[in-house]
Design a binder for this molecule. Structure first.
Ligand code: 28G
Length: 673
């Protein structure tokens, strides 16, 4: 038997059927002895999910991924130049490479079996539940083509090797034929695996999806420019779809081509993508990258190691982020813009960056649920230094593009800082909300803008107001009984007063020297008291409180008086409301006719009004009147005196005086003089 390739010992025991993916092609010389045989395939059929992550459509396609990965290994290692993928109408899928062909010599541990049969029928280490996080590649968590064999109702292997063609067939992982020698061939070298997934495992009618197989094949070709992948599909499977029955994937431009396809039609910040490919000497890996910045915030990083996707990122992605951030910051410094770039984070640089990065490493280390994160430490340095170098050159070579990129990322940083500030405010507001007084029925609108606080006298009126309000933007705070007269109270007494404490808390803006209008939780603060002497007294006390503790709140026009009616006049079906005696007489003279009897009812208080009446007459912004409380700025000091003088003695008298002067418009001004 001509097995010229079977002379040398392997570097280390293989963890899967083939030699793993190497950055350095041409290192042939494995022996069948290096295959570490563990056990048969029964466990795979018993618990397929343990090996391929389930039995759904994604898991089904893992079988293809494994076969394709094996073929890619041969290509990446420099032994194969093309891969053929054929999907048949029968549901059979075949993957063929023109590599060395799976070894067929007798296996040292099982002299009666060929290496090929051992590879196809035994489970190899490196699976998900293997002790180490170490494996050579992804695919079916690196468990080998035998898993695909175990889960196929039939699988046929053909090997062209040493100018002879060999064949063996399996069903559900068990050999159905011996390894046959089909005789001399000169035109076939490599491996062909043809298989059909087992419906017993994947469910009746489970089939490969042409579009998925097509895309997976194309991706691989992008990831390794040195391979040509030929796609054939039974025409009836792709009829009426966008997927062609025949295609050739060959992308010498590699990731550059891939990126162009990935971001086709999306607006880019720069005209040129940043791409490159570096191969380190002596098998110290290689790096290929293609990056573009997208105008919209749709960045992504697709990373690969040895053509295996690493959706959970890892060390290579870390190197990429560091290289870009440092590179851009250093460039900013070189052009005297270090200060502007100081706030940049890799989030700002990466957020809109469409990045493809592919590394080839010897013996890569993967980790995570699906082995989808690269752990090899050397990848960070490899990617960081390589990309950094390339990025520096690229930035230096096109100063205008570099500046554009810098401006773009700085703009993103500023936006990020703005968003964070907004979030802080929102959080602060939320925190403040937690400390609101229990009696407050707050509105759902969290913004001060457009919201109103009704300060209501007594719990019963408070109850009516809560029902009459529009809870979206109207809050209600009932205050019980008469509040403390601020004008005559001491500081301590004021601080300990429950009613005022609740009010201060509800407003959120603090008092005296601590007053901060930006923290005021409502745009309008509306005092709503009964239209009687007691009500006037309470309103006066409240105005005094505001005047003393939050004069700015009045000055800036936030304080109002509600104008509840005192009388309801009914004539037949007509109802009108009058706010006082004079208004009542006026209405009788002007609005109502002298013909029939006018029924006059007097409200004893807000609590006595029906909810609908209260809403209509006093609270609904479309129908109510409000009085704005104003302090004339010039007289501010004098005002202070007069308020104290008046409030200190006979507040209700003063309030009546004010009312007389107030004009009733939708928002009249109540001038405190
Ligand atoms: C068609 C479907 C997918 C493959 C090869 C070639 C070799 C190989 C495959 O060896 C056994 C285990 C580790 C060394 C390697 C041939 C060395 C010399 C191969 C494939 C021996 C597996 N000659 N081509 N496996 N290794 N193509 N295509 O699966 O120690 S699998």
């Amino acid at each position: 038997m001509a097995n010229d390739l079977f002379g040398n010992a392997a570097r280390k025991p293989a963890l899967r059927a083939n030699g793993g993916r190497n950055g350095t092609p041409g290192e042939a010389g494995y022996t069948a002895a290096s295959i570490e045989v563990l056990e048969g395939l029964e466990p795979v059929r018993r618990r397929p999910g343990m090996y391929i992550g389930g039995t759904d459509e994604a898991a089904l396609h893992h079988l293809f991924a494994e076969a394709l990965d094996n073929a890619m290994d041969e290509a990446v290692a420099g032994h194969a130049t093309f891969i053929d993928v054929t999907l048949e109408a029968s549901g059979f899928l075949s993957v063929t490479d023109n590599g060395r062909g799976i070894p067929i010599d007798p296996h040292p541990k099982f002299p009666k079996k060929s290496a090929l049969e051992v590879i196809m029928t035994t489970l190899h280490a490196g699976g998900k539940f293997d002790s180490g996080a170490y494996q050579t590649s992804g695919g079916l968590h690196g468990v080998g083509i035998s898993v695909a064999n175990a889960l196929s109702e039939r699988l046929e292997v053909e090997v062209g090797r040493g100018q002879r063609l060999y064949r063996q067939a399996f069903e559900r992982g068990l050999p159905k034929t011996k390894l046959e020698d089909l005789g001399r061939v000169t035109n076939r070298r490599g491996t062909k695996v043809r298989f059909k997934p087992d419906e017993q495992i994947f469910g009746k009618g489970a089939k490969f999806k042409p579009s998925r197989i097509f895309r997976m094949s194309r991706s691989k070709a992008y990831l390794f420019g040195g391979v040509e992948i030929r796609w054939h599909c039974a025409p009836q499977l792709v009829e009426g779809t966008e997927i062609p029955a025949e295609a050739v994937f060959h992308f010498p431009g590699g990731l550059k081509d891939y990126l162009a396809q990935d971001i086709d039609g999306k607006e880019q910040v720069l005209e040129q993508a940043f791409t490159g490919k570096i191969e380190k000497p002596e098998g110290h890996g290689s790096v290929e990258w293609a990056l573009a910045w997208l105008a919209e915030d749709e960045g992504f990083v697709h990373s690969y190691c040895n053509t295996i996707p690493t959706p959970d990122g890892g060390t290579h992605e870390a190197g990429l982020r560091t290289a870009l951030l440092r590179g851009l910051k250093d460039h900013a410094e070189r052009i005297g813009q270090a200060k502007r770039a100081a706030a940049l984070t890799s989030e700002d640089v990466m957020g809109s960056c469409a990045a493809l990065i592919s590394v080839f490493l010897r013996d890569p280390e993967f980790q995570g649920q699906n082995k989808s994160r690269l752990m090899s430490q050397e990848a960070t340095r490899l990617v960081e230094t390589t990309l950094r170098d390339g990025f520096d050159h690229w930035l230096a070579a096109s100063p205008s593009a570099a500046l554009k990129l810098l401006d773009f990322t700085i703009e993103r940083a500023e936006e990020r800082l703005r968003r964070r500030a907004e979030k802080d405010v929102a959080r602060k507001n939320a925190g403040r909300k937690l400390r609101l007084p229990g009696k407050l029925a707050d509105c759902s609108n969290n913004n001060a803008k457009g919201s109103e606080l009704f300060i209501v006298e007594g719990d019963s009126a408070g109850g009516s107001a809560k029902q009459a309000r529009d809870r979206e933007f109207q809050a209600v705070l009932p205050l019980r009984g008469k509040i403390l007269n601020v004008a005559s109270a001491t500081r301590d007494k004021l601080a300990g007063n429950q009613q005022l404490g609740d009010l201060i808390q509800a407003l959120g803006c603090g008092t005296g020297a601590h007053y901060r209008e930006e923290d005021l939780r409502y745009e309008k603060v509306i005092i709503m008291t009964d239209a009687d002497v007691d009500g006037a007294h309470i309103a006066s006390l409240l105005i005094t409180f505001f005047f003393r503790q939050m004069p700015k709140l009045i000055e800036h026009g936030h304080l109002y008086l509600a104008v509840p009616p005192l009388y309801r006049l009914t004539q037949g079906a007509t109802h009108v409301y009058a706010r006082d005696d004079a208004h009542r007489e006026e209405l009788i003279r002007t609005v109502l006719t002298g013909k029939s009897k006018v029924e006059v009812s007097r409200f004893k208080g807000l609590g006595e009004m029906q909810v609908a009446q209260l809403k209509e007459t006093t609270m609904d912004p479309r129908k109510r009147a409000l009085l704005r409380v104003v302090v004339l700025p010039d007289d501010a000091e004098e005002t202070s005196d007069s308020v104290e003088r008046l409030m200190g003695n006979k507040p209700e008298a003063r309030f009546a005086f004010i009312q007389e002067r107030a004009t009733f418009a939708a928002e009249a001004e109540l001038v405190v003089v």
